[in-house]
Design a protein around this ligand. Structure first.
Ligand SMILES: [Mg+2]
Length: 186
């Protein structure tokens, strides 16, 4: 049985560092909790090109410095012990694969597959791998996945809190683990 797990905002807590970087760039003082939509260009009123140029400079550092989301490590280990094959499926650019592997190793996150797509389109890879479900914090990805027939657990974040979601929504990794156990009776 395979499970897909998003990385940024689901295993790696990059939100505060992203907000700090954008605050510094834009001269604002927003907090992570105030980010009510995923599109930071809209939140900070900057162009996509400006955002991409900023991320070209800062993303690697953000990746290196992001802490692990509380209890993600423990619960991913529990899932592996329960027999799940973990596939990390992320929109990160493959140029960050070495730094991503290093971060996963240093933070002791177990996985069978690491897929850096450079795209938010995760339906095809989820189908190809035949994952039972995907854990994801980007509500737009969650909509696309659900439309594509992939079961999703939405990990709650400030940017998805106000968006409708008919499926399972969890606000902690302990909840995610319980939900999986309940669903699959393991
Ligand atoms: Mg994410």
């Amino acid at each position: 049985m395979k499970i897909g797990i998003d990385l940024d905002g689901t295993i790696a807590d990059n939100l505060e560092l992203l907000v700090e970087t954008l605050n510094c760039h834009c001269g604002k003082t927003l907090k992570g909790d105030e980010i009510y939509q995923y599109n930071l260009c809209k939140v900070y009123d900057i162009s996509e090109d400006e955002f991409i140029a900023l991320m070209d400079k800062k993303e690697e550092e953000i990746i290196q410095k992001s802490p692990v989301i509380p209890f993600a490590r423990e619960n991913i280990h529990r899932l592996v012990k329960d027999g799940w094959q973990v596939h990390i499926i992320t929109a990160r650019n493959p140029r960050y694969s070495a730094v991503t592997e290093k971060w996963l190793r240093e933070h002791d996150i177990p996985y069978s597959g690491l897929h850096l797509l450079n795209s938010h389109h995760k339906v095809d890879i989820c189908r190809e791998l035949q994952v039972e479900f995907m854990i994801e914090d980007n509500v737009h990805n969650a909509y696309w996945l659900a439309d594509g027939g992939i079961r999703v657990i939405l990990y709650e974040a400030p940017h998805n809190r106000l968006w409708p979601w008919q499926g399972v929504r969890c606000n902690s990794w302990n909840d995610i683990y319980s939900s999986i156990q309940k669903t699959f009776n393991r």
